[in-house]
Design a protein around this ligand. Sequence first.
Ligand code: NI
Length: 260
Amino acid sequence: MVPLIDSHAHLNDRRFEADREEVLARAREAGLAAVVNVGFDLPSSAACLELAGAHPFLYAAVGVHPHDAGEVPPDYLERLRELARKPKVVALGEMGLDYYRNLSPRAVQEKVFREQLALARELDLPVIIHDREAHAAVLGILRKDGLGRRGGVMHCFSGDWELARECLELGLYISLAGPVTYPNAQKTREVAARVPLERLLIETDCPYLPPQPWRGRRNEPAFLRCVVEEIAALRGLAADEVAAATAENSRLLFGLPGTS
Ligand code: NI
């Protein structure tokens, strides 16, 4: 069984409170070599670090999600900088823009996104970007401000092939999650078939977005192989090939051990 890397999970979510250790054990049994556990505000980022400290195969990303951008304390950037310097932090994020739910004012979302991009350039860390219904604004900011040397990933990519091409031109990786297994997700399935294999990542975004067989239930890293199998089928490849390539891409982007 070729090991998998889950490039984006929220294992500190309260839906894992009762059985987190069992979820982690199932992830290991399912062949997960590493999971990047992602924060969405300062407390959840600190919690990601703590969990990563207790489990060798877990890594942490620290950042402020656009939903939470409106709630950050005035010194959040300084506190994020401190968190980001701890061991096992492999990226800044998730950060970005969400014009679908608009839980924070757009101007605040943009400010907090740009400040975190600048911090990533300063600390030489890759970024994990959340973009929902804000494609033009996200690309505009990335073009104007610039990605750092370490680049980044468009997490849970939800756009069409045209947008994917623009992201690839900016040097971003494209990460696909459970929705690629949904029969009606035509755009995402087209992207899955066309993204160069060396630019593709996979993720669960658990507890959200379970693959088709588990829809309506809580997602977890052990379900990730279903995403790999679907992408492989869409590309006419063996699942092991997709597993190996996406794991290698995650290792390269996040600087995880074992990069060949
Ligand atoms: Ni997420």
